[in-house]
Design a binder for this molecule. Structure first.
Ligand SMILES: *[C@@H]1O[C@H](CO)[C@@H](O)[C@H](O)[C@H]1NC(C)=O
Ligand SMILES: *[C@@H]1O[C@H](CO)[C@@H](O)[C@H](O)[C@H]1NC(C)=O
Ligand SMILES: *[C@@H]1O[C@H](CO)[C@@H](O)[C@H](O)[C@H]1NC(C)=O
Ligand SMILES: *[C@@H]1O[C@H](CO)[C@@H](O)[C@H](O)[C@H]1NC(C)=O
Length: 274
C-alpha cells in the first residue's frame, strides 16, 4: 500500500457517477388509478425536491397563485386549487400527455415531484398506447405498489368537496366516490374547462380502470413543464435538453460506457495487484 493507491481510487469514481445516474433513470412496473380532487397539488408546496419552482396552483378563477404558501382549498379552507389545464390530452391514438399523483416504492415525493415518466400500458385494451406524464402530485395512500394516479377531471371523486368550492357547483357533477362520472355524456355537466379531459378518459383511455403499465423516467418535455412551470434540476442527468416530445432513456449505461468502465476497472486492479 503505497501512494500509488490513490490514483486507483480516483479512477473508480466514474463508476459511482453511473450508479447515481441509474437512480435517476428509474423504471419498473406500475398500477394506474384515476383522481381529480381539485386540491392544491402536493408538488405545489416548497421543499419538494430539486425544483425550479413548485407546480402551479390556481385560484377559483383558474389564475395562477403566486404565493407558494397559500393554503389548499381542500379541507383547510385555503384558496389554492388544481389548475384546470393540468388535465390529459391526446396527441394521437397511441400517445397522450398528462399529469399524475405518483408513488414509487421505497421513495418519498422529493424523488418524483415534477419528474416525467413514460407509461407504456401493458393491459388490454390499452396495449400499444403510451403516455408521458409529469408528477404533479403524490399518491401516498397505497405504498406497496408503484402507482401513477392519472389526473382526469371527473375521473374519481374523493371525500373532499374542493371541486364544489372551486367551481361553485354541486359535488355530484364530479360523479361517484371511487369511480367518477358514469359516462362520457356526464362530462357535459362538468365546468366547461374540464370537459375535454373528462372525455379523454372515454375517447383515448377507453374508460379502463386500473390499467397496468411499464414506467420509466424520461426528460420532461416542454409541453408539460410550460403548464406546471416546474422542472427538476436533475433532469439534465437524463441526457436530453427536454425539447423533444418523446425522448426516452433506454438504459442508464450505454454498452460503450460499460466497456470503457471495465477497461478502467481492469487497469486499476492491475495497478493495485502488480
Ligand atoms: C379512486 O381513488 C381512490 C383513492 O385514491 C382509489 O382507492 C381508487 O382505486 C380510485 N379509483 C379508480 C377507478 O382509480
Ligand atoms: C404519436 O405521437 C408521438 C409523439 O409525437 C409520435 O412519436 C408517434 O409516432 C405518433 N404515432 C402515430 C401513430 O402517429
Ligand atoms: C401493437 O403494435 C404492434 C407493432 O406496431 C402491432 O403489430 C399490433 O397489431 C398492435 N396491436 C394493437 C392491438 O393495435
Ligand atoms: C438540444 O436541442 C438542440 C436544438 O433543439 C439540438 O440541436 C440538440 O441536438 C439537443 N441536444 C440534445 C442532447 O438533445
Amino acid at each position: 500500500m503505497t501512494p500509488s493507491y490513490f490514483p486507483n481510487i480516483l479512477s473508480l469514481l466514474p463508476i459511482f457517477t453511473v450508479l447515481v445516474r441509474s437512480e435517476v433513470a428509474i423504471s419498473g412496473e406500475a398500477v394506474t388509478t384515476r383522481f381529480w380532487d381539485c386540491c392544491k397539488p402536493s408538488c405545489s408546496w416548497n421543499n419538494k425536491g430539486p425544483l425550479t419552482t413548485p407546480v402551479a396552483s390556481c385560484d377559483k378563477d383558474d389564475k395562477r397563485i403566486a404565493n407558494v404558501n397559500a393554503g389548499s382549498g381542500c379541507g383547510e379552507g385555503g384558496s389554492a386549487y388544481t389548475c384546470s389545464n393540468q388535465q390529459p390530452w391526446a396527441v394521437n391514438d397511441t400517445f397522450s400527455y398528462g399529469f399524475a399523483g405518483v408513488n414509487i416504492v421505497g421513495r418519498v415525493e422529493d424523488f418524483w415531484c415534477c419528474g416525467c415518466y413514460q407509461l407504456d400500458f401493458t393491459s388490454e385494451p390499452l396495449k400499444n398506447k403510451s403516455m408521458i406524464i409529469q408528477a404533479s402530485n403524490t399518491a401516498y395512500d397505497i405504498k406497496t405498489d408503484n402507482r401513477f394516479s392519472l389526473a382526469i377531471p371527473g375521473g374519481n371523486t374523493t371525500s373532499h368537496d374542493a371541486c364544489a368550492r372551486q367551481f361553485g357547483v354541486d359535488q355530484n357533477v364530479f360523479g361517484q366516490t371511487n369511480t367518477g362520472v358514469g359516462s362520457i355524456d356526464d362530462c357535459e355537466n362538468l365546468p366547461e374547462q374540464l370537459q375535454a379531459g373528462c372525455r379523454w378518459r372515454y375517447d383515448w383511455l377507453l374508460d379502463a380502470s386500473y390499467p397496468s403499465a411499464n414506467f420509466k423516467r424520461v426528460a420532461c418535455p416542454v409541453e408539460l413543464t410550460k403548464i406546471t412551470g416546474c422542472s427538476r434540476t436533475d433532469d439534465k442527468e437524463l441526457g436530453s435538453n427536454a425539447t423533444s416530445s418523446a425522448t426516452t432513456i433506454k438504459s442508464p449505461t450505454s454498452p460503450s460506457m460499460v466497456a470503457t468502465l471495465s477497461i478502467i476497472l481492469l487497469a486499476s486492479l492491475r495497478w493495485v495487484y502488480r
